[in-house]
Ligand binder design. Sequence first.
Ligand SMILES: Cc1cc2nc3c(=O)[nH]c(=O)nc-3n(C[C@H](O)[C@H](O)[C@H](O)COP(=O)(O)OP(=O)(O)OC[C@H]3O[C@@H](n4cnc5c(N)ncnc54)[C@H](O)[C@@H]3O)c2cc1C
Length: 378
Amino acid sequence: MDTEITVIGAGVIGLAIAEKVSEEHSNVFLIEKHLSFGQETSSRNSEVIHAGIYYTKDSLKARLCVEGKRLLYDYCKKYDVPYNNCGKLIVATSEEEIVIIEGIRQTAIKNGVDDLVVLEREEIAEMEPNIFALKALLSPSTGIIDSHSLMKRYETNTINNGGQVVYGSEVTGIKRIENGYEVTLLDAYKNNYRFSSEIVINSAGLTSDKVSEMVGINDDNLKILFCKGEYFRVNPPKNRLLKRLIYPVPHYNLEGIGIHVTIDMGGGVKLGPDVKYLETNVYDYKLTASKQEAFYKSVKKFLPFLEYEDISPEMAGIRSKIQKPGEPPRDFYIMEEGKRGYPGFINLIGMESPGLTSSIAIAKYVKNLINISTRKQL
Ligand SMILES: Cc1cc2nc3c(=O)[nH]c(=O)nc-3n(C[C@H](O)[C@H](O)[C@H](O)COP(=O)(O)OP(=O)(O)OC[C@H]3O[C@@H](n4cnc5c(N)ncnc54)[C@H](O)[C@@H]3O)c2cc1C
């Protein structure tokens, strides 16, 4: 075999996996079609370190988010990755929303998030004097992170561990061979290369279903649907009026948690993302200026200081959803595909939020799948 482990995709998850597996395995390739890391979803998101409040009990999303958050804060301290454990407020602006708040607290407790604090009006006014809320839940463990610096650190550690990071190379074919897989690459000069790898990890984000099909796994249940989320920014100087993330109480529409307000490490404030399934899987990052009214109206009730002209279109990202519109949320799909006849082939599909928060916990989980898979083959 040319290599022991191949990771496909240098987004935040593929990078975290490459770093983790290269700690123990000497022969690790990380293959990325773009010329550098994080060119897709991993650089088009809210950069929030989520607490793990809303996810279904015992789901991978709930477990890996809560574990991942802790590991990520430790990692940031250890490697000087910029972060801010600023906290977040979930705000109720009506009597009906006050009732929902207690339900959110109970779901969070079931997920191991037992630090949420109920705040009354006066306490809210002390913390965030510029917002309107009748009651709020404070999540002290929520934070924000500089995801570019995080990915750079994962990449550096992978290389320092002896792993090889190969950019400008797209995986175009994967064939099962004895004791592993033959992987075909197309490089930036349109040359094809082939190499063999014992283990292949598919962390290809928005096209991970296509990479899975390359090896022969064609499962309707794992088809990715592109789901766009757009952001508006709050123009200076009003971006300075908030210190924490502010989320509305979610009115359960199963697809998103409502237009919320996030701050970033550079002091910017953005509203969003909204939720829109695209009709076809195209990389459509275009911004829709005509959404300004809808964004403005949805946050005005808790950001009374905001005027229509205080916001402008910022950016868009695309979620890799495996649930169809209107269906209940699906969990991360992380599977060693031995049962389908592909031992040592590990799929990560539908890695939407909280994928950034969970990245180190996901990497640990995948490393464990490798150990189980390798033991079975002995
Ligand atoms: C709008 C939005 C907001 C979000 N906010 C948050 C948040 O606040 N907190 C949070 O925890 N999570 C958040 N997320 C989720 C988070 O961004 C994702 O879970 C994470 O970025 C997924 O990382 P990834 O490595 O799986 O995917 P990607 O970043 O998409 O990386 C996949 C990589 O694979 C490469 N690739 C694909 N096919 C091939 C191939 N054939 N050959 C070689 N390379 C290939 C791609 O080029 C890409 O670089 C958000 C997501 C969105 C869309």
